[in-house]
Design a binder for this molecule. Structure first.
Ligand SMILES: [Zn+2]
Length: 448
């Protein structure tokens, strides 16, 4: 007996960027209205009106396209789809496809009952790229979502080793060697239990013909209690995400190797747990940094900048062409920018402009804040070279960046202060770890 294979029909999703492009026969149908789009669905066609995006600038339009892609995927529960679009170029809707695929993510490793998967598919020309980006994003999200009782400094390092297949694992520094060579990293981690000891991990990806050397440094605080300057309960509740900078850097590094960028990339992971114990660093302790300056601990909860500082010094010794660090560094950045827009700081105006431009095109927001030198006096210390925190309640993201800048020695540098966490919103119910700024930074490294 033979059975006739049923030809699966692909359903078109027609995307219109302006109202007058919507076909006349659709104008009488009922469109469900949402904040940034409206949608009309039948069994053989989906019509999406995006005319509401027309007033937005490129950055916001591209950002929204990604969110809308997620929302539409969630409303198309099954079937095979393709997109035809009106009023834009093919590359302009890339983020729609990325959003569609990002909606596939869920973190259910620790759920006894798994949700049913949405198995609808979309066919397009960016499949390879979207697949790579999703793989990296999902890894980053998984790593951030995994709590600190399961994922400490050692486990983050092991996970990166497994994920970064095309990288050479150069070294991991811990114990007495770390105390000697990276004293600030060792100091922040010294309060942690035996199994959670601080580590600096180093990985390298080097193309033979590469001319540019880039260092990528991630803040990986596997859990941040605040140390002896303990956080409040609500301030601590999300602190498993304080390794989000490291998770984002690993994700970005993976993309650099996936796209085989012609670059010499070193990844440094500063991995610690900021714990409370009799060994924890105290406020007013003075610690000599790797570069030789004396740092007074003004607040043990300003630990991220301490661990990054020694890694930045190490990177500068290797004289790279660019240093990028990513860190969930300050609540002040979130107060200024909200949760979705990471701030960035840069000591090179031309480079900053390049990054802003790529951020717009990719719809991956990064917003520049100033390295306002006049605030640097806030870091003055009566008994050491400087403190790790400013003495006012204002401009905390800036003083944190100014602290880091003290360790940057005449090398182009970008510091990204990100939330690494997304909240449920109008477009998606997903809440948890998030990759942020990674596609923009990838674009910058590509063009660097
Ligand atoms: Zn902290």
């Amino acid at each position: 007996m033979t059975s006739k294979r049923k030809q699966i029909k692909k359903i078109p999703i027609s995307i219109f960027f302006s109202k007058d492009q919507v076909p006349k026969d659709y104008k009488n149908f009922f469109f469900e209205e949402y904040a940034s789009y409206s949608i009309c669905k039948s069994d053989d066609r989906v019509c999406v009106d995006l005319s509401k995006l027309s007033g937005l600038n490129d950055l916001q339009k591209n950002y929204k396209l990604l969110l809308i892609g997620q929302a539409i995927k969630n409303s198309c529960n099954s079937g095979d789809f393709f997109v035809d679009y009106f009023g834009c170029k093919k590359t302009d809707i890339k983020n729609f496809f990325l959003g569609w695929s990002l909606a596939d993510y869920s973190f259910e490793k620790y759920k006894s009952k798994k949700k049913r998967k949405n198995d609808s598919k979309i066919f397009h020309n960016f499949e390879k790229e979207v697949k790579s980006v999703c793989k990296s994003y999902f890894y980053t999200r998984d790593l951030i979502n995994t709590p600190a009782n399961i994922l400490g400094p050692y486990e983050i390092l092991q996970s990166a080793k497994k994920f970064l297949k095309k990288f050479t694992f150069v070294d991991s520094v811990s114990g007495p060697k770390l105390e000697k060579s990276f004293p600030l990293i060792a100091a922040v981690g010294q309060g942690a239990d035996k199994g959670k000891q601080p580590i600096l991990g180093e990985f390298r990806f080097k193309k033979k013909m590469s001319k540019k050397k880039v260092f990528l440094i991630g803040k990986g605080v596997s859990f941040d209690t605040g140390g002896l300057n303990i956080k409040t309960g609500s301030g601590m509740s999300l602190m498993k995400k304080d390794m989000g900078g490291a998770a984002n850097c690993i994700g970005l590094a993976k993309l650099v190797s996936d796209f085989d960028l012609n670059i010499d990339l070193t990844l440094l992971l500063c991995l610690v747990e900021n714990s409370i114990s009799k060994r924890s660093i105290r406020p007013s302790d003075i610690i000599k940094s790797r570069e030789g300056s004396y740092v007074e601990i003004g607040d043990t909860d300003a630990e991220g900048r301490l661990i990054l500082a020694d890694a930045i010094s190490y990177a500068c010794e290797k004289k790279p062409d660019l240093i990028i660090d990513m860190a969930t560094l300050t609540g002040a950045s979130r107060v200024a920018m909200g949760t979705e827009v990471p701030s960035f700081f840069c000591n090179d105006d031309e480079l900053a402009m390049k990054l802003i431009d790529i951020s717009k095109k990719t719809g991956d927001p990064l917003w520049q804040l100033p390295l306002w030198e006049n605030y640097s006096g806030q870091l003055n210390s009566a008994h050491a070279d400087f403190k790790n925190i400013g003495n006012t309640m204002f401009g905390g993201a800036i003083t944190a960046a100014l602290f880091l800048e003290k360790f940057v020695k005449n090398i182009p540098w970008i510091h990204v202060d990100l939330m690494a966490w997304t909240r449920a919103n109008k477009y998606s119910s997903y809440e948890g770890g998030e990759a942020m700024g990674v596609r923009a930074l990838l674009g910058l490294i590509k063009k660097f």
